[in-house]
Design a protein. Structure first.
Length: 205
């Protein structure tokens, strides 16, 4: 179950794990490491949050080398910024998309402290299982609190932060419903994806 992941795979919550992972993957010719859902499954959810406006800026938190930003670009959403703690992954993605998707910005940064991202600068902020990784951090309570606080900071007024998680809503919602955050929280379970390893929940803010 997803709730047991923190005990079995603590390295998922550490930045050095991902840097090593992407270095090894590059050596072995692995171009994509992705899980959960992609643009095909998420389009119905993300486009209404963007008002079906392809000019709205999107920020991806902890994107790694997931094809989600690329697929969204191909669907007409050019104004995207992707952030990941792995310099290797961001360098690979920048090189991979330099010619075909030049507008996407790839930034190596810790999603808990994005000093180069201005406050309230993105109408849509997307987390696809990065929150799950922080559940595996040795100091997961602090890591999750910092991550959600930073996501809140960069989401524009009237915008939305969406977190797609392997954890059940009761495990995720308390972190998002803190009284310090002036946003409305909604949660839904994507039941068709439960077979991927747990109750895949979607939290929209």
């Amino acid at each position: 179950m997803a709730e047991e992941a923190s005990e079995e795979l603590p390295e998922f919550g550490e930045g050095h794990y991902w840097e090593t992972h992407y270095e090894k993957a590059a050596e072995e010719g692995e171009d994509v490491y992705d899980w959960l859902v992609g643009w095909t499954e998420l389009r119905w959810l993300l486009e209404p949050l963007m008002g079906f406006d392809s000019q709205r800026a999107v920020l991806h938190l902890g994107t790694g080398n997931s094809p989600l930003p690329e697929d969204m670009y191909d669907a007409g959403y050019f104004r995207q910024t992707a952030v990941d703690i792995s310099e290797v992954a961001m360098r690979q993605m920048s090189e991979r998309n330099r010619a075909s998707r030049p507008e996407i910005q790839w930034q190596a940064a810790d999603c808990r402290n994005m000093v180069d991202i201005p406050s309230e600068s993105f109408p849509l902020v997307v987390d696809k299982s990065t929150l799950d990784a922080f559940f595996c951090n040795d100091q997961h309570a602090l890591a999750i609190a910092e991550f959600v606080k930073e996501a809140y900071r960069v989401t524009s007024v009237g915008g939305a932060f969406i977190s797609i998680s392997m954890h059940r809503p009761p495990a995720v919602l308390p972190w998002l419903q803190h009284r310090a955050f002036r946003w409305t929280v909604q949660a839904a379970v994507m039941r068709s994806l439960q077979a991927q390893g747990g109750s895949v929940s979607v939290s929209c803010l």
